[in-house]
Design a protein around this ligand. Structure first.
Ligand SMILES: [Zn+2]
Length: 305
């Protein structure tokens, strides 16, 4: 097609979803929002910007990755299901999700949020999907070929980030936690060393057979590793290993090299942790922010004496 024809064709094909009257695009903090037939409440917008920034901070502070100063996360929100599905089909060639997905090629997190009701005014589920997908893109920036257990595990972990109100925390997903407690007693559907060694194709096959176990085991491992600084360090080593050698990386070798007692000990500690895991934890970056606020407060508060 001639360039002019391409432009006309693009305008024509995007016309239905990007009409000026119901589409709106603007920058806010680390995010670039594109809203289609959707009105984003200011407190939800602040929550998304805050959460995405905290995910990025975790990759910087906890995992030691760096990002360009102008790093932005594009968040596309649709209020209309048909438009969302049409856009998805155009970007991916097929429909893979009814709630949200990310496109590495377009560097976009794309979600659907139907009309808000009183119950959904915080759009919490949509915000959780944004965090899940934003993690995939941030991780992809650092580690282009990350094994699926860690990839989905980290996304599920950040999906549990609660950014509303005073108690900004990462919540432990209740049903996944229950499954792990059950498996500790009755046996896991797959041995840990086998799970950690699954290639991309084998993880997908396992997911098709037992989607719950495929996601839940990776999620639980990530949550466990993120709850202590020594295990956070192991996750960091793993991610840097994945950066170097992609999804062929030998996760077990890295754990054996860096965790005292190796995989056997890590598995034992993980299984002991599962029944007594706290139902939430503060994000490291949030912890640091809270400490900083405390340090700053004597200077900022007027002295009453
Ligand atoms: Zn995912």
């Amino acid at each position: 097609m001639k360039p002019k024809a391409v432009i006309v064709w693009l305008l024509f094909s995007l016309g239905g979803i990007a009409g000026a009257a119901n589409s709106n695009s603007y920058e806010s903090g680390i995010c670039i929002f594109a809203l289609h037939n959707y009105k984003l409440a200011p407190h939800v917008e602040r929550a998304i910007v805050f959460g995405v920034s905290r995910i990025l901070d975790t990759y910087k502070d906890t995992f030691g990755f760096s990002f360009p100063d102008n790093f932005k996360m594009k968040v596309v929100i649709f209020g209309d299901e048909d438009d969302f599905l049409k856009y998805q089909k155009k970007q991916l060639g097929l429909v893979i999700s009814e709630t949200g997905y990310c496109s590495g090629r377009h560097l976009e997190t794309v979600v659907l949020q139907r009309k808000n009701t009183k119950k959904t005014e915080d759009a919490k589920e949509m915000v959780a999907v944004v965090f899940h997908e934003a993690n995939h893109l941030i991780l992809m920036h650092c580690v282009p070929r990350c094994p699926m257990w860690a990839n989905e595990g980290l996304s599920e972990y950040f999906e549990g980030l609660n950014v509303f109100g005073e108690n900004r925390r990462v919540y432990l997903e209740e049903s996944r936690s229950k499954w792990c407690k059950y498996w500790v007693k009755k046996g896991f559907p797959i041995e840990l060393d086998k799970y950690l060694s699954l290639s991309y194709d084998d993880w997908m096959k396992f997911r098709n057979k037992d989607g719950n176990a495929a996601y839940t085991i990776g999620y639980s491992l990530v949550y466990f590793m993120m709850s202590r600084s020594d295990t956070e360090g192991i996750l960091k080593e793993l991610l840097w290993g994945f950066k170097r050698t992609g999804d062929d990386t030998d996760s077990i070798k890295i754990i054996n090299e860096h965790y005292p007692g190796g995989l056997e000990k890590l598995e034992r500690n993980w299984r002991e942790w599962i029944p007594k895991a706290r139902s939430y934890r503060p994000l490291r970056a949030l912890r640091e922010e809270a400490e900083k606020a405390k340090e700053d407060s004597p200077v900022e508060e007027p002295n009453e004496n």
